[in-house]
Design a protein around this ligand. Structure first.
Ligand code: G4P
Length: 526
């Protein structure tokens, strides 16, 4: 098969949701359709169980499991689907943000009882920033949830995206009858337990048909007629281009656990979702069809065995064809590497691969050569952009408890930061180091891993910090003057970029007012 055909048949997407909305359940059903797993229960959730908080080995184990499950490739109706699972736990949100840089579209799961929840709002911000096409799946229709019109309003209001329902529920909870597909005008009746998996939906091109009364009963049939009329007035046909630009989110209703509404979602997804698109390497847009292979690392996973420091770097292929055994140019290190080992992630396993195409995610064994954001090419010099670091929300000072192990501590910290576990800021004055994270849990993971993998002991002391702001200015003199006047609050991130460590929101505002010539950025790419 030639490169164009390989690109045409690929869909690479991520599933996002607030924990417990049903992401794992939906993933599993999608894999069942793809024949990638044979029975329910085969996909382990990669969420961190809050009850296991005090058992770090358990977390490590869970993180280990998530390697196998976090990228899942399968084929469905001739399409190669690469599904990227994301940690739902908010303490690992950075990991999710980065994963979203490697996908071409997103399916977002919303719980019909709870509506849009906070974690989904944050993730949607990242999708909006990147203009990623999003499809929403409103789940758990077998429960008494909120009114479907309310849910659509909730998505529009909280997620700042226009919605476009493509299926519509008939009843809900105990009286849930099924969904009508507004996309291909068919009705699927609900039976609990996923029994309708292979049943054909009934086509009802005209909802006025008397047949509909026979199937649904007059009252539900009339309600559906009213809804369909109202919805077609409100939304009209879907403008696929608007979806592809990330301006409109098609919405489906269903119940993942009952495998209901999932086929409609998947079938439509295959019809409308984007295949790999050009990506920006420095200032140049590289189309996937470009002959030269390019790709970037968006995730690094530590090996579970502390005796071996091998890690697995997850690389998204952006253009050309990747071949195992090839010599590829590593932009940051400015040298070529022979890649002799590469794996593909199948639904439940990793397997060695010889080649990969745009949209594919491959795992590269790494002994410390890769960092998140690294670009590999067939020779082209340049880096893929778009994996920004966001300002962390909680900061602690690193206190070395064992001076004999300073080297190990530095090495451990550097490697954990390469993996993107947290962000390290080194203050210009006094050699102080601050670790910034999104969630508390990460400090405990870092402490545990430094001890177990590097033999270093640390404690974390509280720091009064509100935000890390990357700074720049058109006039270097002004920037230098600012740095001199705020020296105690200036640090460098791990790439050596200058960061202003603001103690409080009010103070940051004051400093911004007093230094209008300085630009303060809340992400590392600007
Ligand atoms: P997550 O990955 O987004 O965190 O959610 P997950 O799929 O683990 O689902 C969270 C809970 O919601 C699970 O119940 C799951 O069974 C349930 N669930 C998923 N889809 C549906 C649905 O369509 N209807 C209903 N009623 N429930 C659904 P749990 O009790 O937390 O776990 P489990 O013991 O059932 O696995």
């Amino acid at each position: 098969m030639n490169l164009a055909a390989e690109i045409e048949k690929r869909r690479t997407f991520g599933i996002i949701s607030h924990p417990d909305a049903g992401k794992t359940t939906l993933t599993e059903k999608l894999l069942l359709f793809g024949g990638a797993i044979q029975k329910a229960g085969a996909v382990k959730s990669n969420k961190i169980d809050m009850h296991a908080r005090s058992d770090w080995m358990e977390i490590e184990k869970q993180r280990g499991i998530s390697v196998a499950t976090s990228v899942m490739a399968f084929e469905y109706e001739g399409v190669k689907i690469n599904l990227l699972d994301t940690p739902g736990h908010q303490d690992f949100a950075e990991d999710t943000y980065r994963t979203l840089t490697a996908v071409d579209s997103v399916i977002m799961v919303v719980d019909c009882v709870k509506g849009v929840e906070i974690q989904t709002e944050k993730l949607m911000e990242v999708c909006r920033m990147r203009k990623t096409p999003v499809i929403a799946f409103i789940n758990k229709l077998d429960r008494e949830g909120r009114d479907p019109y309310d849910l659509l309003d909730d998505i529009e209001a909280k997620l700042g995206i226009q919605v476009h329902p493509l299926s519509w529920p008939i009843g809900m909870g105990k009286s849930f009858q099924g969904v009508y597909s507004l996309y291909d005008k068919s009705l699927r009746l609900f039976k609990a337990g996923g029994k309708q998996l292979h049943e054909e939906a009934q086509r009802f091109a005209d909802v006025q048909s008397v047949e509909l009364d026979k199937v649904l009963g007059q009252s539900y049939a009339n309600q559906l007629r009213e809804d369909v009329e109202l919805l077609s007035d409100l939304y009209g046909p879907l403008d696929v281009d608007q979806y592809l630009k990330g301006e409109v989110a098609p919405v489906f209703f269903g119940s993942a656990i009952n495998n209901f509404g999932v086929k409609e979602l998947l079938d439509t997804f295959l019809k409308v979702s984007p295949n790999p698109k050009p990506r920006k390497l420095d200032e140049e847009w590289v189309p996937p069809i470009a002959e030269e292979f390019t790709g970037f690392v968006f995730k690094i996973h530590a090996n579970m065995d502390p005796k071996h420091r091998n890690r697995l770097a997850f690389l998204r292929v952006c253009s050309g064809k990747f071949e195992r055994g090839g010599n590829y140019y590593h932009t940051r290190q400015n040298k070529k590497f022979r890649i002799s080992q590469a794996t593909a992630f199948m639904a439940q396993d990793k397997e060695t691969i010889d080649e990969a195409f745009p949209g594919d995610i491959i795992g590269l064994y790494d002994t410390g050569n890769f960092k998140i954001g690294d670009t590999l090419t067939q020779g082209k010099k340049g880096s893929y952009k778009g994996i920004p670091a966001f300002s962390p929300e909680i900061f602690r000072e690193v206190i070395n408890k064992d001076a004999m192990k300073t080297k190990q501590l530095d090495k451990g910290l550097a490697q954990l930061m390469d993996e993107g576990v947290a962000q390290l800021f080194s203050f210009e004055l006094g050699a102080r180091k601050a670790v910034g994270v999104v969630g508390q849990l990460q400090f405990e993971v870092i402490q545990y891993r430094l001890k177990n993998e590097y033999g270093a002991s640390v404690e974390f002391a509280p720091m009064q910090l509100y935000k890390a702001c990357w700074i720049s200015a058109k006039d270097p003199k002004k920037l230098n003057a600012f740095i001199s006047s705020k020296q105690r609050h200036i640090a460098k991130d791990k790439q050596g970029k200058l960061v202003f460590m603001a103690e409080t929101k009010a103070w940051l505002q004051m400093v911004q007012d007093n230094f209008p010539e300085i630009d303060f950025h809340f992400t590392s790419e600007f």
